[in-house]
Write a protein that binds this ligand. Structure first.
Ligand SMILES: C[S@@+](CC[C@H](N)C(=O)[O-])C[C@H]1O[C@@H](n2cnc3c(N)ncnc32)[C@H](O)[C@@H]1O
Length: 211
């Protein structure tokens, strides 16, 4: 008999594309721009249903690390429709099944909010990136200190976490990425548009952290 967390993960996978459709539509140009320089071997942590596959430049070799197996069939369907070859692994970002200094880029979009151990995952990302290669990140984060929304994000986080498969609305991921030992972090703060997301997941950071 499936436990409650399995049921929640299955439901999350089933409804994810519908829930994220408007967000993806409105933010697609900026995400495409972020990914435009990707080439070589690209590892995506937490790719979910594969919303980013259509935004990646042609010719990249893609490896996905996705522990929710209920996402896998949806991702594989998208990949097949795009004619995009994927190497999808049921594993965790905190323990990447890859050699040191072996990949040209890592992608993380809306993933670090859900990771059980962000520092361990960032350590792994740095380990597998070749020197000079980058982590391409796009994450929702907690609002800055002094902003009223910040208290609300703290308040709502446990409820959001329950319904959204472990997603925390109150992580300061910009600070975590900056503290993770990359040689350079280019980071942009922005707000997702009102029509894309509720207020508690609107503050975002995106950019490239270079090993
Ligand atoms: C909110 S979804 C984001 C999916 C996709 N990246 C996107 O932008 O729509 C978070 C994803 O992170 C995955 N995830 C959760 N814990 C993870 C871990 N430890 N390692 C890798 N992925 C993880 C979840 O299964 C889920 O697919």
């Amino acid at each position: 008999m499936p436990n409650k967390s399995t049921i929640r993960r299955r439901l999350f996978a089933r409804y994810y594309d519908r829930a994220i459709a408007r967000y993806e539509h409105l933010l697609e140009p900026q995400k495409r721009e972020l990914f435009s320089s990707l080439e070589g071997t690209v590892v995506e942590i937490g790719p979910g249903t594969g919303v980013n596959l259509a935004l990646l430049p042609e010719g990249v070799r893609w490896i996905g690390i996705e522990p929710n197996e209920h996402m896998h069939p949806l991702l594989k369907e998208k990949a097949a429709a795009l004619g995009f070859e994927v190497d999808l692994r049921d594993m965790h970002a905190e323990q990447l099944p890859l050699e040191d200094s072996s990949v040209d880029a890592v992608i993380s979009t809306l993933v670090m909010c859900s990771l059980p151990d962000v520092s361990a995952a960032l350590r792994e990302v740095r380990r597998v990136l070749k020197p000079g290669a980058g982590l391409y990140f796009w994450e929702h984060v907690i609002a800055p200190e002094g902003v009223i929304l910040r208290s609300f994000q703290n308040l709502v986080s446990p409820i959001h976490r329950f319904w959204a498969d472990g997603c925390n609305t109150n992580r300061d991921l910009g600070t975590e990425i900056r503290a993770a030992g990359f040689s350079k972090v280019e980071l942009q703060e922005f707000q997702a548009p009102r029509r894309a997301a509720p207020p508690w997941v609107r503050p975002h950071v995106c950019g490239i952290a270079t090993r």
